[in-house]
Unconditional design. Structure first.
Length: 88
């Protein structure tokens, strides 16, 4: 089942370079289908579908995965993000 927590976890994994954009987009495409086809009520279903739909379309020019957009998605799900500098 797709939950707000799984969306947060996957977006954070992308922002922390743990998964690629292609992996995030692929996950979002699958998650979008699961949420839209779910028989039971999913909390904040409309919000999740909006976010997943946007992320799933991120492999097209009109839907960039910018820090601002993803930070807004996370905040709407109750998670505030901040950047931390790390030596490479």
């Amino acid at each position: 089942m797709v939950t707000e927590e799984t969306v947060v976890r996957n977006v954070l994994a992308f922002l922390n370079d743990e998964i690629s954009e292609a992996e995030l987009v692929g996950w979002a495409e699958d998650a979008f289908v699961k949420v839209s086809e779910a028989d039971s009520d999913i909390p904040n279903e409309d919000l999740l579908l909006d976010m997943l739909g946007y992320i799933a379309a991120a492999d097209t020019p009109g839907f960039p995965l910018t820090w601002a957009i993803l930070a807004d998605f996370l905040e709407r799900l109750g998670t505030r993000v901040r950047a931390v500098a790390e030596a490479v």
